[in-house]
Design a protein around this ligand. Structure first.
Ligand code: IMP
Length: 429
């Protein structure tokens, strides 16, 4: 299994945290390669329910080393709080955590600048998580970023911070917001940094030494392929690369070393924030999915938009990621529905019967397209106790086989509840 990537095939929130936690039992290292604390991963294990944003979801396995690679942007306040929460629960984590000094730091002015961007966009706002992710990545590519390594040299850090406040404060003031003072930011950032200083060490050597002896490494993607900055529903997307390919740059891993890619998708579709979502439901079924699936954003607390499974999207994102296994989660949320639909493509106004694919359409066309569905019978009984394929009702088996055929990737895992054991390992790694 050597190097396995776990990535989201929809708009994030596919329950990747559970899949990572499950697979981490077999891994020496669990490594994050993208995003920042905009991610929200829920991990349920015997120690309790943890909602982590930065910590790799394998932290609950005491043997697993946790890596935050240079492709991740780090909010130090969040990192310190997560380390402390995990340690309070009785799990030592500092000695097995590697955070790359190349990681860019989310500074207090990043969320403030983001709020200005959102204000300026008005009704076309992205509805971001508000964690400053767009601005920190913008600073990274425009050479305005502050990296963790800069915090080891107070003079250098002070210099960089002065320049950034000189750039950011006039913008904040122009939009009627108070300017930010140097001193509290400088002191607070260094105080946070001090608490995790021992973990700030480049993981490149650890990763390559482990690969050299074929040790098992799990690459944990945050968000989902449809939020990818290039292939997602731009500009309603996130700032980083959310694809398995992003793990190569985001961690320093050669592409040919990734031998398995587990693509995680929900048995239906959800999205949090603005942007097109062709199979979205505004009816009772949508409400049922929202209620049964407890579809509320982990980071923002916003209700998630819900809709039918869109096989056209997931086929595309599985191809984009080179998925070798599909992990389908939250099947049990469909338990009460008498009929189910699966999207297989789209029709556009004035283009007759032609079936269009996501990758052919721009954002505007995605907003106005009509999804085409196939319909199936529901099973209307609980799947929560199913632990083997044979435990599933025939209608659920038929639904899963249809999804598998449409997506074109073998089903590896089926999840029927939040706990580790509520999983059917159909073709495990
Ligand atoms: P940002 O990543 O905070 O800039 O937000 C950009 C878009 O990505 C918004 O629509 C967010 O709701 C969405 N987003 C970012 N992170 C996640 C996530 O972990 N799960 C689901 N949606 C996310």
């Amino acid at each position: 299994m050597a190097v396995t990537a776990v990535v989201g095939l929809q708009w994030g929130d596919e329950a990747k945290g559970k899949v990572v936690d499950l697979l981490a039992a077999q891994m020496e290292i669990v490594a994050r390669f993208n995003g920042g604390d905009n991610a929200g991963h829920t991990v349920v294990n015997p120690l309790g329910t943890f909602k982590v944003r930065l910590m790799p979801s394998g932290f609950a396995h005491p043997h697993a080393r946790c890596v935050i690679g240079p492709g991740v942007v780090v909010n130090l306040g969040t990192l310190v709080a997560e380390v402390e929460t995990i340690e309070k629960a009785g799990l030592e984590v500092r000695s097995r955590l590697w955070v790359s000094p190349r990681c860019h730091v989310v500074m207090p002015y990043h969320p403030a600048v983001e709020a200005v961007f959102e204000q300026a966009r008005g009704s076309a706002r992205t509805a971001t998580t508000g964690r400053g992710i767009g601005p920190v990545f913008a600073d990274k590519v425009s050479y305005n970023g502050i990296r963790l390594s800069d915090l080891t040299d107070e003079r250098l850090f002070a210099q960089r911070l002065h320049v950034q406040l000189a750039l950011k404060n006039p913008l904040l003031e122009a939009f009627g917001r108070p300017p930010l003072a140097f001193d509290p930011i400088f002191k607070e950032t260094l105080a946070h940094f001090d608490k995790v200083r021992s973990c700030v060490r480049e993981p490149f050597g650890l990763l390559h030494e482990t690969m050299a002896r074929d040790g098992a490494i799990l690459l944990e993607g945050a968000q989902g392929a449809l939020l990818d900055n290039i292939w997602g529903t731009y500009p309603y997307c996130t700032a980083s690369v959310t694809l398995a390919g992003g793990a190569c740059a985001g961690l320093g891993i050669p592409p040919q070393r990734i031998s398995q890619v587990v693509g995680v998708a929900k048995a239906y579709t959800t999205r949090v924030g603005a942007g097109p979502m062709p199979t979205e439901l505004h009816d009772e079924v949508g409400e049922t999915l929202q209620r049964e699936g407890q579809e509320v954003g982990t980071v923002t607390g916003r209700p998630r938009r819900c809709g039918w499974f869109d096989a056209d999207l997931v086929r595309f994102t599985a191809q984009l990621n080179g998925a070798t296994r599909l992990a389908l989660t939250k099947l049990d949320v469909l338990d009460t529905l008498p009929r189910l639909k699966i999207g297989i493509g789209y029709r556009l106004p004035q283009s007759g019967e032609r079936l269009w694919h996501y990758w052919e359409l721009d954002g505007h066309q995605l907003e106005c397209c009509e999804p085409v569905y196939i319909e199936m019978e529901g099973w209307q009984c609980s799947t929560r106790q199913a632990r083997r394929w044979e435990d599933l009702p025939p209608q659920a088996q038929a639904y899963l086989r249809q999804v598998e055929a449409l997506v074109g990737v073998p089903l590896g895992y089926i999840s029927v509840g939040p706990q580790r054991e509520a999983t059917i390992p159909l073709h495990p790694l």
